[in-house]
Ligand binder design. Sequence first.
Ligand SMILES: Nc1ncnc2c1ncn2[C@@H]1O[C@H](COP(=O)(O)OP(=O)(O)OP(=O)(O)O)[C@@H](O)[C@H]1O
Length: 573
Amino acid sequence: MLEGNTSTLVPLPREGAVVIGRAVGVDVVVEDASVSRQHAKVGVADGEAFIADLGSHNGVRVNGERVQGTRPLDGGDVVTLGNVTLVFHRGERPPPARRALETEGLRTRLSEELDRVRSYERAVSVLALEVEAAWVSQAELVQALHGALRLMDGVGLVGGTLVVLLPDLSGEEAEAMAAHLVSVLSPLAGRVRAGLASAPGDGLQGDALIGAARAAALAADPGETRVSGPSLYRLSLGERSVVVADAALVRLFELLRRLAASSLPVLVHGETGAGKENAAWAVHHWSPRSAQAFVALNCAALPESLVEGELFGHERGAFSGADRARAGLLERASGGTLFLDEVAELSLPIQAKLLRALDQQVITRLGDSRERPVDLRVVAATHRVLADEVKAGRFRQDLFFRLSAAVVVLPPLRDRPRELPLLARAFLEDACARAGRPALHLSAATMALLGAHAWPGNVRELKHVLEYAAATSPGPVVEPSHLPESLREGLERMDVEPVEGLREGTETTVPRAFQNLAEELRTLERQRMVEALEATGGVQTRAAQLIGMPLRTFAFKLKQHRIASRGRGPAVE
Ligand SMILES: Nc1ncnc2c1ncn2[C@@H]1O[C@H](COP(=O)(O)OP(=O)(O)OP(=O)(O)O)[C@@H](O)[C@H]1O
């Protein structure tokens, strides 16, 4: 649009119109006095551009010809509105819409690409894009991505996450492409987080690559691309951090992140020590209530007589010893999040009071008759199957419905084999740091023993075991003998049970949680390289010799395993 000495580009919507005129509030305001307050309308209808005179004083001309009513526009048409000139430019016609692949289609494409990686030593990257609150449809997001991608790339959907396949790209090239795609989506969707995993560096198994990319996206900040790697699995949730690697846990935390935005109550099922409180904290941390209080109550830890006072508070003199008034947990959690751990242990009378408080968002302190308004969001947890408790008459059905608008199930640690070594290393590292001693490493035998244990106390038990190891290992490597007695008993079992298990018809306990062999070897290889580097003060030549690996392979694998070369001076002699 040319007005006086200035020119402006006025983009038109794909479908719809803009009004041009002098009036305040029209879509495109011009100042020239020859233009009427609402002079003309320019837009696109059914893919065709048009201009309409809105009854202007000086009229609308296209290529010098006065327009009566509405007329179509073509690329290059010159339009005059009084003294203002418009030159209509029609961009390339958009390519026909390419749709997202279904999950199965994406998996098939990825497995074909992985065959190429294996056969021709090529690369492929998987980019997961987590989009929060898009203001256009998913189809439009996919279309925008296709517009920025090469023909060979693919876009698909896996459980609500956009997944992009980038054949032949890895390392910096893949990261640059990821950053570009984030910038393409950002104007269409408030916050975009990206996670990148690449073959062969991050493995050659399709689902594992997709899982790793999604885990990385989960850990990324808005607008950021995280590259998959062992360290990224620490999800930082404000003052707490959670290790997430297992695909089921990644999905669970993705779900929690989405639920956090709503005010729905969440019910977390899981065994003791499985991380239920962490899940509740994640909901709070990601929710709009995160600046307010997170208040937790373990309903099993208090005698029934005290629970009511704790939850609802009391007035002065309400009972013996109540020498001053005190707000209860529900009041303190108002505006924030209330976490009710082991909620199934609440008595039926307390359940009734809790239901009333949640339904009406009011509480009454003990010894008081006043109702006080509260604004509560509840996350409840239990190791019991709450629906069974309802059937048995121990839990009110109406409260069950009230609490279980969204239900998430936290798998026990024994069902998360990928996470076990990562958690074990993370806990050992933390324990060593707290004890002020240099980092320790877990020997392969120790790792195997940890994998063989059933972990009835789940993550909490694992944490305690590693704290014990950090205190008792003379260092630098934690061997099975440094683990608590209860775990070492498993060592003997591991030796005998496979033979026992072969006997037909006998009941067997599976001696260890099996892990993908390639993955286990990768873990072991990385660990041995780290140990060798530690032992040689970071000198790669000697470290490579120590474990019988050619130096070039060693240097290559350092990058592949993302091992930072530490130590003093040059790392290669
Ligand atoms: N994924 C994880 N990453 C890091 N630490 C974890 C993880 N899961 C659990 N933990 C740690 O393990 C311990 C137990 O977790 P948490 O208290 O959340 O379990 P819980 O299921 O609520 O236990 P309970 O049923 O006994 O209340 C805590 O110290 C917690 O920080």
